[in-house]
Ligand binder design. Structure first.
Ligand code: FES
Length: 157
C-alpha cells in the first residue's frame, strides 16, 4: 500500500513537472498543484520534487515555509485564517484570537484533533476598515468580536 502511494505521488509530481517544466520558476506551480491534489506537501513529496527537478530539498522546503498557503503538514478540512495586520490588530484582534484559541483548544499554526479546523494567522485581506477580519476557507468574515467569531466556528462542519 505504501509503495502504491509513493508511486502514485511520484507519478503526480512527474506529471506536474511535464506540465510546468523542471526550471526553478516552475517550483511554485508544482508545489501548488501537489498541495491542491494531496492537501499538503509531505516530506516524501518534497524529496521527490527535489530529486526530479535536480535541486536540493532545502530549496523546496524554503519555498513552502515562505508562502503561508503552502503546508508541509496535513491540514484540517477547513482553514481559518485570522488577519494579524495592524488595522485588525487595533480593532480587537487579540480578544478574537484568544476566544478562538479557547474555543478550539489549539494555538495558531495547529489543527484540531478531529481534523475539522486548521487555525492560522494571515496578513491583510483587504477589509481593513471592517476589522477584525478572518477568512474561513474562501469566505471572508468582518467586524468580528469574540462571540461572533466563536459562533462562526461552531457552524463549521
Ligand atoms: S489589516 Fe486586517 S484586513 Fe487589512
Amino acid at each position: 500500500m505504501l509503495v502504491f502511494e509513493k508511486n502514485a505521488l511520484s507519478e503526480d509530481i512527474e506529471e506536474f513537472i511535464l506540465k510546468f517544466g523542471a526550471e526553478r520558476s516552475a517550483l511554485l506551480p508544482i508545489l501548488q498543484s501537489v498541495q491542491r491534489k494531496h492537501k499538503y506537501v509531505s516530506d516524501f513529496a518534497q524529496q521527490e520534487i527535489a530529486r526530479l527537478m535536480n535541486i536540493h530539498p532545502v530549496e523546496v522546503y524554503s519555498v513552502i515555509s515562505f508562502y503561508s498557503f503552502l503546508h508541509s503538514n496535513p491540514q484540517g478540512r477547513n482553514i481559518v485564517r485570522l488577519c494579524q495586520t495592524i488595522s485588525c490588530d487595533m480593532a480587537g484582534k487579540i480578544a478574537v484570537a484568544d476566544a478562538i484559541k479557547r474555543e478550539l483548544g489549539i494555538n495558531f499554526g495547529e489543527t484540531t484533533k478531529d481534523k475539522r479546523i486548521t487555525l492560522e494567522y494571515t496578513n491583510c485581506v483587504g477589509m481593513c476598515d471592517q476589522g477584525p477580519a478572518m477568512i474561513v476557507n474562501e469566505r471572508v468574515f468582518t467586524k468580528l468580536d469574540p462571540e461572533k467569531a466563536v459562533k462562526i466556528l461552531s457552524e463549521i462542519k
